[in-house]
Design a protein around this ligand. Structure first.
Ligand SMILES: Cc1cc2nc3c(=O)[nH]c(=O)nc-3n(C[C@H](O)[C@H](O)[C@H](O)COP(=O)(O)OP(=O)(O)OC[C@H]3O[C@@H](n4cnc5c(N)ncnc54)[C@H](O)[C@@H]3O)c2cc1C
Length: 278
């Protein structure tokens, strides 16, 4: 995914269409570059955090392994797909190699546990843990995020973790966790929330040299908005789409201030785009 992103960035700065390079067109950068760069950066943050925990001797991180594999391979695959689009006709032929990256990447969402099997693992084990801990599993994560600074998306991810917790426990109460469709909706909410948690934590303390800290923080805020979208829409599908009375969850979803969350979305995208193509 990163290889495809790098090739695409280089190409976008060379290719001139309608008088300017592709890298100067928001319709190009904000569709094909920024969302993929954000997802890949989020995947990197999650993998780094999981690797750090493994190195420090923590055990029983199988679900984290599933989330890392699922999220990173799907993010890479999405970038590889957009990489072909970003090269136009050249993307479709062999010479520019982005089509090879797509072919090579597709297998990663299939082997070593398909994305569907990972979602099975994530939802089954996190449901079990949420019930065992009486909801503390996600509430503890939310409370830890509340202590982080505002500008790294942490507050939004924290709100989402609390809603996720209610979605999991309420779905179980009305026996919706017997439905694999609902479990997969929950798995995506879980994966996005946990990746968002790691990304916000990284952004809050980032002092690395690879990227500017304000780039990492803007990317983390953009990803936090993706988490909110995922939690809100999947939550609605569960609360309103499954013929069960889930008024409590519906009310909780309505309390998520998406209008506030979307503030400064465009300026964050502009910042990330500028840094990518500089
Ligand atoms: C290039 C390549 C290299 C490989 N290398 C190895 C290797 O080194 N070692 C090895 O052991 N294997 C290897 N494999 C096999 C690979 O791990 C399997 O192809 C993969 O696990 C999927 O299994 P399957 O092909 O039987 O698909 P199936 O299990 O039949 O899956 C078909 C579809 O159904 C979905 N599905 C299956 N079960 C469920 C379920 N319970 N709920 C919802 N959806 C479901 C799957 O996600 C998939 O989308 C390789 C495969 C390829 C193509």
């Amino acid at each position: 995914g990163v290889a495809s992103l790098e090739k695409t960035i280089k190409y976008s700065k060379e290719r001139v269409q309608f008088g300017t390079t592709l890298s100067e067109k928001q319709g190009y950068t904000h569709k094909l570059l920024v969302p993929n760069a954000v997802q890949l950066e989020a995947a990197r943050a999650y993998i780094e955090e999981t690797a750090r925990r493994l190195d420090s001797g923590e055990e029983d991180l199988q679900v984290e392994g599933s989330i890392a594999k699922y999220f990173a391979t799907e993010a890479g695959d999405a970038m590889a797909n957009d990489g072909i689009q970003a090269f136009g006709g050249y993307g479709y032929i062999r010479e520019y190699e982005v089509e090879k990256i797509k072919r090579d990447l597709k297998i990663t969402t299939i082997f070593e546990g398909t994305s569907e099997i990972q979602r099975n693992i994530i939802s089954t084990f996190r449901l079990r843990e949420s019930v065992r801990s009486k909801g503390r599993h996600y509430l503890d994560k939310a409370e830890a995020l509340d202590k982080l600074p505002e500008d790294c998306g942490a507050r939004l991810v924290s709100d989402c973790l609390r809603i996720l917790n209610e979605a999991v426990l309420n779905a179980r109460k009305v026996k919706l966790t017997k439905s694999q469709h609902v479990m997969f909706l929950l798995a995506d909410m879980m994966a996005w929330c946990e990746v968002g948690e790691a990304f916000s934590q990284k952004a809050a303390t980032y002092k690395g040299k690879e990227r500017r800290p304000d780039y990492i923080r803007a990317a983390a805020r953009l990803f936090a908005r993706e988490v909110a979208e995922k939690v809100y829409l999947n939550g609605l599908k569960i609360a309103c789409g499954c013929d069960k009375d889930m008024a409590e969850l519906r009310e909780r979803l309505n309390s998520l201030d998406l209008a506030q969350a979307m503030k400064a979305n465009l300026s964050d995208m502009d910042l990330v785009a500028r840094e990518l193509v500089k």
